[in-house]
Ligand binder design. Structure first.
Ligand code: FUC
Length: 743
């Protein structure tokens, strides 16, 4: 059996046990029942309505008032004014919604089924349910094909004439309009999210049988005594296509012209092109547990190490990226693309004060750069709307601003009336750093030229937004340190502030990136010089009274010391303003910060735990990386391997995948560090295909904790320094296509 399979011996009793499939745009959650198969359906552009204009008409006056109140130390009053005058009206962006459900009724009761097995093969992106019932072996395979744009369900039986079932396709609320057969025996299911400029959808279900009989009754397809059946489900929306219904019909008809085997073969080839670029192998220290069903392994890892489960988690993260984010689709939201609720937690939106960014941390290092693209497409919409937001809210005419959430339209107005998060104007700046990250890994100048305006616009806004503090430094504000609360000397609590550390760190990175872009593209030199002088006046990371990195401009205590956000360590990860070699004193302070958070219960949400593991990797603390990965799997992972906030939230999956990659290789301090935080538990292993900045690809193996072999491949002409350990490194100069064996 391949190592890259999730498997279970019982059907999923709920969403947290069901298995995800997807092609970037269409998603399914497969429950694997015998009596009734239930597949939760998603399409990534089905959101709750059209673009809203939510800018508070009092925002401009509010900004000035809130600044003055914060400067005068009247925090509570400032916060009240901000919520009244700056919060969006209405309070929230649009939210993500499910498409509906597909049920397949076979009537095979689970208690009479034997040898039941439900699995998800990560090497083929194929989910499978198999069991024996009344002497017949039934097998159902499900995948979502990117080349054919359909969900494919293949129903097979070991004895001819034994496949009988009835389907039911529908939603669970008022948002759908119709569900009925067309003249070709397809079921056409249509609906939409209403509102002015809302999003409409059409899904089409088609059945193709070998042997037996097929007909429609009401709005279901009925199959009797077939040898084999192929179900195809397509869905298109008005967000992407004007003629969405015709397009959905075309998808199923086209797919129906192919055999099941051909659909499957094309799907696997397409998927593997991405998935096979990277391969991680760790030695098996599970004492036999690696052979157990996945849900049992996730329980056992609390007591017995299971490297193979970490390997599976890494592969699952790459699987989810490929299945949830492809060129031309929407970016991964809080639940990727898999959501069964009309009102999911936090609207299953793009929460951009950490969560959406975390989703894309492994995209470049794990060799899936094209999966990063949907984020840049969304950022185009953010930049456009955020330009209006900058003007209307802040009276700033250049650049763009986005607050802590956005939706499919790129709505940039503040989200919620929640003081710890709502007024945070930094997400455009953070997201723009992803554009440059993508460039750094490929050195694709054409890409940079095309998306450069996203970096420029993000930076420009701050020229007018920053204000001087008492010491003449330039600071952001009104803002927050997401989503933490400080204690004032008189015991009162505050959230909003001027100049939180994270903001200055993000801007330091952004302005540096801007300078580099201006020099690479030989453009906007004056602006680059201006931003450089502004950068010199930004606050630097500072060490506070506990030896920690200060979170706020004042050395306040946190109300909740173990808070899940550790925003002041943005400088350590994902940025590299703090590294053990370049800034040892700050690295020590970063360590103290993590220890303080963790000793007070920090890391209790999945994504927080995953971020912490990345941070320890950057501090080269392999033991802590391992300990936190183990906790991520043991305490914050659902039986289906989805990250658990709780509830399910996908960011931790990608954060965890990124942490594993960071333990094995880092591109910091201008060099490629091999095995910078290798846990002792990963005694032997190898990785192939990790990407390094500069267009390099790295393969390596290790034994007894030491590098055994390494090979660097150059994608473009370039130079790099490769470090094996603290004392040894090599400088390489390679031409595109060349490789160098280090050992
Ligand atoms: C931020 C986090 C929460 C949650 C939400 C979606 O607000 O603080 O923990 O992840 O986003």
């Amino acid at each position: 059996m391949s190592d890259s399979i999730l498997y279970y011996t019982h059907p999923a009793e709920d969403f947290n046990n069901a298995l995800p499939v997807g092609n970037g745009r269409i998603g399914g959650m497969i429950y694997g029942g015998t009596e009734k198969e239930h597949i939760g359906l998603n399409e990534d552009s089905i959101w709750s309505g059209g673009l809203r204009h939510r800018i508070n008409p009092n925002a401009k006056e509010g900004v000035g008032e809130v600044r003055s109140l914060l400067a005068a130390g009247k925090i509570a009053e400032a916060e009240k004014t901000a919520m009244d005058k700056m919060a969006g009206i209405p309070e929230g962006c649009r939210h993500y919604m499910p498409l509906g459900d597909l049920d397949i009724y076979t009537g095979h009761s689970f208690k009479d089924a034997v040898s039941y097995r439900r699995s998800l093969d990560l090497e083929k992106a194929l989910s499978c349910v198999e069991y024996e019932y009344e002497g017949v072996t039934y097998k159902r395979e499900v995948f979502v094909s990117a080349p054919d744009n359909v969900m494919v369900i293949g129903l097979h039986a070991s004895v001819p004439g034994k496949i009988s079932f009835r389907t039911a396709l529908g939603g669970r609320d008022d948002y759908f309009d119709d569900c009925r057969p067309d003249e070709n025996g397809n079921i056409v299911y249509t609906g939409g999210s209403g509102s002015k400029d809302g999003i409409s959808f059409a899904a089409v279900l088609k059945a193709v049988n070998k042997g037996g009989r097929l007909c429609t009754i009401g709005n279901s397809i009925r199959v009797e005594n077939a040898d084999e059946v192929l179900l195809l489900l397509s869905v298109r929306t008005s967000f992407y296509e004007k003629e969405y219904q015709a397009c959905a019909l075309k998808d199923v008809e086209k797919a129906a012209g192919k055999s099941y085997e051909k659909l499957k073969e094309d799907h696997i080839r397409d998927y593997r092109f991405l998935y096979e670029r990277v391969e991680l192998k760790l030695d098996d220290n599970s004492d036999g547990n690696s052979k157990l069903p996945t849900d049992e392994r996730l329980i056992k890892i609390k007591e017995q190490p299971d490297n193979k489960l970490m390997e599976l988690y890494f592969d699952f993260g790459r699987y989810l990226m490929i299945s949830g984010s492809r060129p031309g689709t929407q970016p991964l939201n809080l639940q990727g693309i898999w959501n069964d609720s009309m009102w999911p937690a936090w609207g299953s939106k793009f929460t951009v004060n950490i969560n959406t960014e975390m989703n894309y941390w492994p995209a470049e290092s794990c060799n899936l750069p094209e999966c990063h693209e949907p984020l840049f497409d969304l950022l185009e919409r953010v930049a456009k709307n955020g330009h209006e937001t900058a003007k209307e809210m802040y009276g700033i005419d250049r650049g763009y601003v986005c607050h802590h959430n956005t939706d499919i339209w790129g709505d940039c107005a503040p989200q919620d009336k929640w003081i710890p998060a709502t007024i945070w104007p930094m997400s455009g700046a953070w997201l723009a750093l992803h554009v440059y990250e993508h460039y750094l890994y490929s050195l694709d100048k054409e890409f940079l030229k095309e998306r450069y305006h996203l970096i420029k616009g993000a930076a420009e806004f701050f020229i007018d937004f920053l204000t001087e503090d008492k010491e003449g430094r330039l600071i952001t504000g009104p803002s927050v340190s997401p989503e933490n609360t400080y204690r004032l000397p008189d015991g009162a609590e505050g959230k909003m502030c001027m100049g939180p550390s994270m903001d200055s760190q993000i801007l330091r990175c952004l302005f540096t990136v801007f300078e580099e872009c201006s020099s690479i593209l030989d453009t906007d030199h004056e602006l680059a010089a201006q931003l450089k002088s502004i950068k010199e006046r930004l606050p630097e990371p500072e060490i506070g009274k506990y030896g920690q990195i200060k979170e706020w401009a004042e050395d306040y205590d946190e109300v909740e010391i173990g808070h899940r956000h550790i925003s002041q360590l943005f400088a350590l990860h994902p940025a590299e303003l703090i590294t053990p070699d370049k800034t040892p004193a700050l690295a020590e302070a970063a360590r103290a910060t993590l220890e303080r958070r963790l000793s007070h219960g920090g890391g209790h949400t999945g994504w927080s735990r995953a971020w912490i593991a990345n941070m320890w990797a950057r501090l080269h603390d392999a033991d802590k990386v391992y300990e936190n990965l183990e906790k991520l799997l043991g305490l914050s992972t659902n039986p289906n391997m989805f990250d658990n906030h709780p509830p399910f939230q996908i960011d931790g999956n990608f954060g965890g995948t990124s942490a594993i990659a960071e333990a094995l290789m880092q591109c910091t301090d201008g060099e490629i560090k091999l095995l910078p935080a290798l846990p002792v538990q990963w005694k032997e292993g190898s990785i192939r295909g990790l990407k390094a900045k500069g267009g390099f690809t790295v393969d390596m193996s290790w034994k007894d904790g030491k590098l055994a072999s390494a090979c660097v491949h150059a994608g473009v002409d370039g130079e790099c320094r490769v470090r094996y350990d603290r004392d040894s490194f090599e400088e390489l100069k390679l031409r595109a296509g060349e490789e160098y064996r280090l050992k």
